[in-house]
Design a protein around this ligand. Structure first.
Ligand code: TXA
Ligand code: MG
Length: 338
């Protein structure tokens, strides 16, 4: 059996990374596709394996917040406060990069994305390597992020050198991204660390995603996180009628929702979601993959409430539906009063 089928050991994974290899590894959010961040040739292999455009920047994963000083300068006080409050954990900070940080990692930007993940195997790998690991989510470009080692095997199995199997990811959606590079606190991507939690630590409000132009970011592309099925969003009260409506056109339809308002008719398949936003986040991407395995043409998904992790869920569902707005899209003009 190959190392990927059984899972690569931490020691072997660190050795592979040090030698310029590509290793997928678990984090608490989603699996990452890692390369030694100081090695531009290894980092270039990430882009080839994913089929991702080379100018899209990567997150550098660190073993401890003190490692920030090797990658960013200056490091504002707010960065240390957020790092202390939320690292290790699902928060990524955008800071001004230090000279010498490879362009391959930053996509040529003068900023760098940094995060200390909390998954014990990610921390063990970082400690064993002793330096930063550049890693996007371990999926093909534009597709759903992997939350189980099997998702990685399925999608990238032949193209990577190792895979650390850490079981299912406990958070299930990608980290919250906060841009601190311009003297403000701006939320670029909602995640398990919420704006409210960040505001509580800093005692200031965060700028919303849409208020200023942002660099091109793949997680911000409208059609990111997309399964093969067409994703249609509806409020919980309307999901079932919407699903039946699509099914009446002769299409195979799935219904992704925590509850069924009424018994389902034969042609619609229910993909149940758990009740809480936390549990929904944990299973969302596995459910989107299931929709593909079932060969569904349409997946009708209910939108969760906007509170807490609901923000991140709504964001990912909107992107799966091709409705996401990149951060540099101005908010829609207020309707004219007549
Ligand atoms: O939870 C996560 O963040 C996972 C795990 C593996 O850590 N990683 C992840 O990576 O989601 P990726 O590459 O799929 O998404 C990283 C996001 C992208 O939207 C990227 O554009 C943005 O971070 N990003 C990276 N560097 C940036 C920078 N300097 N400025 C703005 N956005 C940046
Ligand atoms: Mg990704």
């Amino acid at each position: 059996m190959s190392a990927q089928e059984t899972g690569t050991s931490i020691a072997e994974a660190a050795r592979l990374l040090a030698a310029g290899g590509l290793v997928a590894f678990p984090t608490e959010t989603v699996y990452g596709l890692g390369a030694r961040a100081r090695d531009p040739v290894a980092v270039a292999r990430i882009f080839a394996a994913k089929g991702r455009p080379a100018d899209h920047p990567l997150i550098v994963h660190l073993g401890h917040r003190d490692w920030m000083t090797a990658w960013a300068d200056p490091i504002p006080e707010v960065a240390w406060r957020l790092a202390e409050a939320f690292w290790p954990g699902p928060l990524t900070l955008i800071l001004r990069r230090r000279p010498g940080v490879p362009d391959a990692v930053t996509g040529g930007l003068d900023t760098v994305a940094l995060r200390v993940p909390s998954h014990p195997q990610a921390l063990a790998l970082l400690a064993a390597l002793g330096e930063g690991i550049a890693a996007p989510s371990a999926n093909r470009y534009g597709r759903v992020s992997p939350t189980h080692a099997d998702h990685v095997r399925e999608e990238l199995g032949g193209t990577i050198d190792g895979l650390v199997d850490g079981g299912p990811c406990s958070v299930g959606v990608e980290s919250t991204i906060v841009d601190l590079s311009a003297g403000t606190v701006r939320l670029l991507r909602p995640g398990a660390v919420t704006a409210e939690q960040i505001e509580a630590v800093l005692g200031t409000s965060t700028a919303p995603t849409n208020d200023r132009p942002a660099p091109r970011a793949p997680g911000s592309d409208a059609s990111h996180y997309a399964p093969l099925a067409k994703v249609v969003l509806a409020n919980q009260g309307a999901v079932q009628d919407t699903a039946l409506d699509w099914a009446s056109r002769g299409l195979s339809v799935g219904l992704l929702s925590p509850e069924l308002p009424a018994p389902l008719e034969g042609q619609v398949q229910w993909l149940p979601l758990p009740a809480s936003a936390e549990d929904q986040a944990r299973v969302l991407y596995a459910r989107l993959r299931e929709a593909d395995h079932l060969g569904l043409a349409v997946l009708v998904a209910s939108l969760p409430p906007e509170t807490g992790l609901g923000q991140a869920l709504r964001d990912r569902l909107r992107r799966a539906a091709g409705l996401g707005e990149p951060p540099d899209t101005p908010p829609p003009a207020a309707p004219e009063l007549s």
